[in-house]
Design a protein around this ligand. Sequence first.
Ligand code: G6Q
Length: 546
Amino acid sequence: MHKLTELPAWRDLQSHYAEVKELQMRDLFAQDDRRFDNFSATACGILLDYSKNRIVQRTMDLLISLAQARNIATEANRMYSGEHINATEDRSVLHTALRMPRGDRLEIDGVNVVDAVHEVAAQSAQFTDKIRSGEWRGFTGKPIRHIVNIGIGGSDLGPLMVCEALKPWQQRELQMHFVSNVDGTHLAEVLAAVDVESTLFIIASKTFTTLETLANAHTARNWFLDSQATEKDIASHFVAVSTNKEAVSEFGIDTRNMFRFWDWVGGRYSLWSSIGLSIRLAIGNQNFDAMLNGAHEMDRHFIETDYRSNLPVIMGLLGVWYGNFFNARTCVVAPYDQYLHRFPAYLQQLDMESNGKSVAMDGSSVEYSTGAVLWGEPGTNGQHAFFQLIHQGTDLIPADFIVPAVSQNPIGGHHKMLLANCIAQTEALMKGKTLEEARSELAASGQSPAAIDAIAPHKVFSGNRPSNTLLLEELTPETLGSLIALYEHKVFVQGKIWGINSFDQWGVELGKQLASTVLQELETGDIGSHDNSTTGLLRYCSGFLD
Ligand code: G6Q
């Protein structure tokens, strides 16, 4: 693979950046009344307006040349067809196979994985129906009313985010709970809110070795057995989602109550697999299938659509434009939909765990920035908090605004207010406010010339701050599926441009190893050799432990 910075497309982008970096978006809009039409695209019920970006047509042409030079379409085909593109773990990356319709074929080592996917999906669907209909009973004969998903990282963030996002589709008698943190407080608070006779625990762990999940699972089992329940009752209150049958069985869960998946499903890409069992239970099989369909539609859009109208390609390239040319080190995601309040947290893992890498596929160190810091909170709340820095701070922070045109809760004028705020923010970020405008406003409000001189500079907004707007027709299982898949593929595009492996996570593995040594030292009080900060902290803590 050619070095990124030596590609002609990259060099052209560097000289183009020097030419356009001072252009003002407000001027570009004034010069072109078709800018919105020229820089927007629609797919899967999602309109992407990217006209409020610091681009001209040539910028997009050059970015597209870069995508062509990096063979994004060919690379996506390699992923879809099951090649081992996760080279450092020697694995396929096949979350797209999880949303392929029954009847499709994808053969890996002589096995049609689509059949395998649908076989497990059918097992999960059957189980879901039994729980939701009340046919499945707890040890005292009561139906299940509380679902507690115990998992962390990819085995938590996706299911939690989707359950929150699709609340209007939830069967409300079933209450969903998620426990991820090894801090006993997390589990204690959930256990205090559930009732042992009507609670189902899902132990969700791909490896079934993760310290936090196993600690929480063991404590939940002890809590369960401290009631009237006995060992044989575990079968009706504990199920597992994992790739590790032996460990599940060792924990004491009947493997008939285990929902499997495969090593080619990365943790942060796993909500579509049986890791999404909690989602199925919350919203039902039909809605879960609609979400899969939405994602599959986006998979097809990504692979079949010309780069110029391809949502993940456009978004990925714009991220590269800001990260590598404008040196923007963070980006913000603001969903204007309360149901999407966990979406930024979910995206943080998806994006930062995938593209937080500094070594290229060939093992060399990269000489350019890769994944940016992603952060965000729902609008309009963010406006009353951190938006100040996006408007007037010293850093350029590209923003994604996500908003549905139709609300699930059309109460009074709320939704129009929400939409108005979202759209107005993108306009203000783009236009800004000049000193002249600030001065005239102050003059119009009757301020003295001295006050105008003193205050006007503080009321100046430089503007020219970029944003994408993702306007969903409505937030439904289907459009949510498309939206998530859109971001998955955006991350893929960027990973391919930067030439890194978006599908391993050695940093996460390191955390898993480090804690075990230190834990042993805290447990035994026998503190080994560390730097003096670590030793100091361990000694200090030991003083409080028995
Ligand atoms: C995701 C990561 C990581 C993982 C958790 C939980 O891509 O690998 O976040 O999901 O560490 O792992 P288990 O599911 O194996 O418990």
